[in-house]
Design a protein around this ligand. Structure first.
Ligand SMILES: [Fe+2]
Length: 265
């Protein structure tokens, strides 16, 4: 099972730039084109939030049009830049989601790995929260199939990354998530977006990975009180390759065209 993972495209209305500088639409288009060249083709595509930038109808129109070009099922959770009801109305086609409340989903029929979408966004806020209802929902899903290899996807990372200006908007009460997941060794990965950088760490006894954005990268500024900033670094996606009995291998895949192939030796 091969899983492509894109994050934080921040799509804008046609012709408008992200932060007046970056053509996020063209960059997402490039990501989709590159997806189509991966061999073998991924079985599913995950997007860990911030599909659009300001959550207008025009942005979601464009998002729907672009997503329709992806032949695989696309599983998505919203980010802090999305709007929950527009997202629910237009983008939930590949998952069964509730008619009200958070956009959690349990996708069990796309292959050996079960994908749980954990919506910890807080409408109107930039941070996330592992609140009581999110804890209850996740614990119940994991208890239903405790031995099934599982990926949990969520938007805001539940840990302090050391980049202070983004940590102010992380998922609060992350310790509760760590505690739940620690009881289920079959959780192979927690996948996050939001942070616009690749990071990995051990969390709740599993491995947590954050995805780069297809647009800009949050500045890697580990100094205390560093000024918030982003850079136009090379965009990238992740590719998660399920290879039992070994497990799940995560590849970082830059998006773009690069010189090569060169001779192996
Ligand atoms: Fe984002």
């Amino acid at each position: 099972m091969l899983i492509a993972h894109l994050s934080d495209p921040h799509l804008r209305p046609p012709g408008q730039l992200y932060q007046n500088r970056v053509d996020s639409n063209a960059m997402f288009r490039a990501a989709i084109q590159q997806l189509a060249t991966i061999e073998p083709q991924p079985d599913i595509v995950l997007i860990t939030g911030d599909l659009v930038d300001t959550a207008t109808e025009a942005e979601y129109d464009l998002a729907s049009e672009m997503l329709a070009r992806i032949p695989q099922p696309v599983l998505m959770i919203p980010g802090n830049h999305d709007e929950r009801e527009r997202f629910r109305a237009r983008l939930g086609r590949n998952t069964s989601i509730a008619s009200a409340g958070p956009l959690h989903f349990d996708a069990s029929d796309h292959g050996p790995l079960r994908i749980l979408g954990l919506d910890i966004t807080v409408p109107g806020a930039h941070h996330g929260d592992m609140d009581d209802s999110a804890c209850r929902w996740l614990a119940a899903r994991l208890a239903e199939a405790p031995d099934r290899p599982t990926i949990i996807m969520m938007h805001q990372p539940p840990f302090d990354s050391g980049i202070g200006f983004i940590d102010a908007y992380s998922c609060r009460q992350g310790g509760r998530l760590a505690q739940i997941v620690a009881g289920y060794p079959a959780v192979e990965r927690i996948l996050c977006g939001h942070i616009h950088r690749f990071m990995q760490l051990r969390f709740g006894g599993t491995m947590l990975v954050t995805a780069p954005s297809t647009t800009t990268a949050i500045a890697l500024r580990l100094r205390e009180n560093a000024a918030p900033a982003s850079f136009i670094e090379p965009p990238a996606m992740l590719l998660h390759h399920w290879r039992p009995p070994l497990g799940l291998i995560t590849h970082l895949v830059p998006i773009g065209s690069f010189p090569g192939p060169l001779p192996f030796f």
